[in-house]
Design a binder for this molecule. Structure first.
Ligand SMILES: Nc1ncnc2c1ncn2[C@@H]1O[C@H](COP(=O)(O)OP(=O)(O)OP(=O)(O)O)[C@@H](O)[C@H]1O
Length: 354
């Protein structure tokens, strides 16, 4: 394994406000890392530090083993062996697609032949045939995005930084582009540091997901591991576990706890150390039945919503906490039943503020 990027205990303040609180991370060659986190957690700040746009208060950034940022040093972005793809693509409007893509190679004084060969590779790879003489304003959002990626890739940098690269595209295009981008980066074995607030984008692209929360890293793991075993309540919430109910810790074997909640006791994956719990689960992991089943919670239907093919049910627990589940047929308001959830899909965290 070869470490391309190393972040070592990065602290960053804006005035008195500490927005990065000791972020450490290694990115290996050929790896696609997606940084995911709620708005304001510090993703863009971290990306801009890696790019050499922002200074830090303490810590070190190393690129290919060489320190590029420390509290009293910043190697500027143009001297770093990296390229960045911005949210708004940041293409030069007065240059054609060809001129945009070739800009860096020209600066590097690549020969005409080298430029043409590399350009052709990018055109083929990113399906840009017939578009090279057009200006950005004459290209669709998806085409502009491809040109921006080509402009970064043609330089063969050690690492590509992607800042919410798909957020300006419509939903369908976003789905197509994220799969295509992941495929291209894997094919070229490009090392990628990708920032997004969209979990499905991170799932589709990443080898490892880094979940940030309030200036810290909550979890670094494969997409599947983050999804199946979210290490904190914030990770669980971010990755779709929208239901949370209060409980208290019971007997635990370390991995699972027998949690007590209103009206019953359930087995849950244990990520807690204290006695007051918040139990998280996804709407799609809760199965409704009229009779009590293993690992189930008594609920009463509050409001059904038809979503075409499935009903999304709002219900309340015996503690009047609101939960949502999915059901194939309609249920009447006021109907009483049980939601059963597999212990592996029910996550117990320490209740904050308890
Ligand atoms: N120039 C600045 N001056 C002061 N505070 C800032 C500045 N830039 C960002 N912040 C604050 O730093 C924190 C982290 O911001 P950052 O933009 O890195 O978050 P983010 O995770 O990228 O959010 P988003 O997903 O909304 O883009 C936020 O609380 C933000 O308000």
């Amino acid at each position: 394994m070869e470490t391309i990027l190393k972040l070592d205990q990065i602290h960053k303040n804006y005035g008195k406000k500490e927005v990065l609180k000791g972020v450490s991370l290694d990115v290996q060659k050929g790896e696609i890392i997606s940084v995911l986190g709620p708005s304001g957690c510090g993703k863009s700040t971290l990306l801009n530090i890696i790019a050499g746009i922002l200074p830090i208060n303490s810590g070190h950034v190393l690129l290919n083993g060489v320190e590029v940022t420390s509290p009293n040093k910043i190697v500027p972005i143009e001297k770093r062996d990296l390229n960045m793809v911005f949210q708004d693509f940041a293409l030069w409007p007065h240059m054609t697609a060809r001129e945009n893509i070739l800009y860096g190679l020209k600066l590097r004084k690549a020969t005409r032949q080298e430029q043409e060969e590399n350009l052709q590779k990018m055109v083929d790879l990113l399906h840009l045939n017939g578009l090279m003489d057009q200006y950005p304003a004459e290209l669709s959002g998806g085409q502009q995005q491809r040109v921006a990626i080509a402009r970064a890739l043609i330089m063969s940098p050690s690492i590509i930084l992607l800042d919410e690269p798909l957020c300006n595209l419509d939903v369908q295009l976003r789905i197509e582009m994220r799969t295509e981008m992941a495929q291209i980066f894997r094919e070229l074995k490009t090392t990628v540091f990708h920032v997004t607030h969209d979990p499905s984008e991170a799932f589709a692209m990443a080898d490892q997901i880094v979940v940030m929360n309030d200036g810290k890293i909550d979890q670094i793991a494969t997409p599947e591991a983050c999804y199946r075993r979210p290490a904190t309540a914030v990770v669980a919430g971010l990755l779709g576990a929208g239901n949370h109910i209060s409980g208290s810790a019971g007997k635990s074997d370390g991995e699972y706890t027998e949690a007590r909640i209103a009206g019953t006791q359930v087995r849950a994956l244990n990520f807690a150390s204290g006695s007051s719990l918040s139990l998280y689960f996804r709407a799609e992991d809760a199965a409704y039945s009229d009779t009590e089943r293993p690992n189930s919670i008594p609920v009463q239907v509050v409001m059904p919503t038809f979503e075409g093919g499935i009903y999304r049910m709002k219900a309340k627990t015996q503690d009047s906490e609101e939960v949502t589940f999915l059901h194939t047929s309609n249920l009447n308001k006021g109907q009483k039943g049980y939601l059963s959830i597999e212990p592996d899909q029910l996550y117990a965290y320490d209740r904050t503020g308890a």
